[in-house]
Design a protein around this ligand. Structure first.
Ligand code: NAD
Length: 411
């Protein structure tokens, strides 16, 4: 339960009679006037571990092998305003430089054991390992990224464990759901980071330079897949002064690429299915062959290629075969953000940096984890917005008629 801040005006208190009555009962006075001095002396705060019997507990565990954290101190007060109790695993934020003390005012810092055993709702960036599910409360709700379109059996496993789950990667890509879209948040961070990483490896400048010692041409960047990550990569590469070209199978991307100052490479004959909820659909082998030819022409002149092309639930399309890489200049850099689903480049190795005939190939689909502070902040806000849909008067209300809730509820 929340305390009451000093200088809270009477009309605000009148609007929450139950909360005031409960606070008065706890401090053992009968009327608001009698405890007036509490308001003058500062915040009237209840013991940290205090919890009314029907208050819902939301827990944020420490991520395994990830610097990010599901809740950040700046968003915590807004989460508490939903009337819930919050538990944070000790040390959960430290790799994103959020100290336990930063959370203490609004949340209880507990061990992993306590967190798993006490949370009604458990929220994490990556799912809590299945080996720990038996330690959760019966019927506890897990909210995470379960990728059920890849792990087809995950819903059944969660149900069999007597648990419920929302998968954040199943939230529909609609305007209404934009503020809850963790895929967009992370893709945007990854697109930005991909360009910085490429610039770091590239033995050349990105911007054009005219100096007394000679002139330097701007770097050429090719972006394959102009969704959220691709558009952010284009914007970042442009800011650094590169010349940018981009390709996508969705025609809607053309205008977006051009509005960022990029040149759109159009390959005729792509399947663009409006019913796919904004996602790309699988293309014919003939289209992909023509696209690879078009890409090869550009690739040999590019200094950097950022690939982000994905088709949900499928292996990533192959856009850069070995012979294309071998036509690139030594020193060029490829960053493959589709690495975890097979990669857009034939030579990509997931989570590895390799060099092939002088071309550096970085395979990493999780670059958002390398900007843990802002990535965690965005995730925490997405979660807050999602919980605003799910939590009414401090309790979970699952309205299965709601399109967003229906889309994300997997067990
Ligand atoms: P994604 O990560 O699934 O794929 C990345 C990009 O690769 C997409 O733009 C896709 O069209 C493209 N692609 C697939 N096959 C390709 C190929 N052979 N060649 C070139 N490009 C190829 O996509 P995403 O970034 O998650 O975005 C998917 C869609 O959702 C986009 O239309 C985006 O605008 C939309 N979206 C909507 C919302 C919202 O309204 N809530 C939020 C985010 C994204």
């Amino acid at each position: 339960m929340r305390g009451i801040k000093a200088n809270t005006c009477k009309s605000e208190l009148d609007s929450e009679p139950d909360r005031v009555a409960e606070l008065l009962k706890i401090i053992g006075v009968e009327s608001l006037n009698l405890c007036f001095f509490f308001y003058l002396s500062g915040e009237l705060v209840l013991p940290k571990q205090h919890k009314t019997k029907d208050e819902m507990v939301i827990g944020f565990p420490k991520e395994n092998d990830d610097k990010r954290v599901g809740m950040v101190p700046a968003v915590l007060p807004k989460l508490k305003a939903l009337g819930v109790e919050v538990l944070i695993e000790k040390g959960a934020g430290e790799r994103a430089l959020f100290a336990d003390e930063d959370y203490e005012q609004e949340a209880a810092l507990v061990s992993r054991e306590e967190l798993l055993a006490q949370s009604d709702v458990l929220i994490s960036i990556s799912p809590v390992p299945q080996a720990e599910w038996s330690r959760l409360k019966p019927q506890a709700v897990m909210i995470s990224r379960f990728a059920p379109y890849f792990h087809k059996e995950v819903s059944e496993r969660i149900k069999a464990a007597g648990l419920r789950a929302f998968s954040l990667d199943m939230i529909p890509r609609t305007t209404l759901a934009q503020s809850m879209d963790v895929l967009s948040s992370f893709a945007s961070v990854a697109g930005y980071k991909a360009v910085l990483l490429a610039a770091n490896y590239l033995p050349r400048y990105f911007p054009m330079m005219i100096t007394a010692a000679g002139s330097i041409k701007p770097a050429k960047v090719l972006v394959l897949g102009a969704g959220v990550a691709g558009l952010q990569a284009i914007a970042t590469a442009k800011r650094l002064g590169a010349m940018v070209e981009a390709s996508d199978t969705r025609l809607a991307a053309k205008e977006e690429v051009e509005s960022l100052g990029g040149k759109f490479i159009l390959v005729e004959g792509a399947k663009d299915d409006a019913s796919a909820g904004g996602y790309a659909v699988e293309q014919s082998e003939d289209f992909l062959r023509r696209q690879r030819e078009e890409v090869q022409l550009r690739a040999s002149k590019s200094d950097v290629i950022i690939t982000t092309a994905q088709v949900r639930g499928r292996k990533a399309p192959l856009l850069l075969p070995r012979e294309t890489v071998e036509k690139m200049r030594p020193g060029s850099v490829i960053v493959d953000l589709a690495a975890s689903t097979g990669g857009n480049c034939e030579l990509t190795q997931d989570r590895k940096v390799i060099t092939h005939q002088g071309v550096t190939i970085i395979g990493n689909s999780d670059l958002a984890a390398d900007l843990p502070q802002d990535a965690s902040f965005l995730f925490a806000n997405n979660i807050l917005n999602f919980l605003k849909l799910l939590v009414q008067e401090g309790a979970l209300q699952i309205d299965e008629e709601n399109e967003i809730i229906k889309g994300a509820l997997i067990a």
